[in-house]
Design a protein around this ligand. Structure first.
Ligand code: 6OG
Length: 158
């Protein structure tokens, strides 16, 4: 039995680029990723997604502009926590992405996404995001570099 913890992960996008942040501390240090974190008690998932985006790169989004595009589950060999990550995308937002103590944001062209410096699972599910397909993925890691097994599939609805 796993202890499930819910996280958010938000990507800002336009027609040619995606915003990633270089994680400056904690889990995923020195990896490029979307913006997000743990959903707090008595907080909705969408509110957590908006809060984390604001805290990590000083950008505001409206609820109606956040699309839930994916659902990822991660487990790690020998650990009892299951990270349940809800993935969102937005192309309408307010503010200029700004570096914080947690993240250094940078726009990447879709052909130049730095997969070598991202979580290994990203290479597997990003193609769904890039093709605007809804997706579900489950990954079992040994340590933080090796995926022991996984499954990814397209969803018809979230
Ligand atoms: P904090 O601990 O910083 O939240 N996250 C992952 N993202 C990707 N792309 N791959 C993974 O593979 C991930 N595991 C966790 C969820 C952690 C942030 O990192 C995401 C959260 O947005 C293992 O509060």
């Amino acid at each position: 039995m796993y202890l499930r913890k819910i996280y958010t992960l938000v990507f800002l996008r336009n027609e040619t680029q995606i915003l990633l942040g270089l994680k400056k501390r904690g889990f995923g240090l020195n990896k490029w990723n979307g913006f997000g974190g743990k959903v707090e008690h008595n907080e909705s998932i969408i509110d957590a997604a908006i809060r984390e985006l604001r805290e990590e790169c000083c950008v505001d989004v409206n609820k109606s502009d956040l699309k839930n595009i994916g659902h990822l589950e991660f487990t790690f060999e020998g650990e009892s926590i299951l990270m349940d990550v809800r993935v969102f995308s937005a192309s309408v937002y307010e503010g200029v992405p700004t570096e914080t103590e947690e993240m250094a944001p940078k726009w990447f062209k879709y052909e130049e996404i730095p997969f070598d410096d991202m979580w290994p699972d990203d290479r597997i599910w990003f193609p769904y995001l890039l093709k605007n397909k809804l997706f579900y993925g489950i990954f079992h890691y040994k340590g933080y570099d090796t995926i022991l097994n996984y499954e990814v599939k397209e969803l018809k609805c979230m």
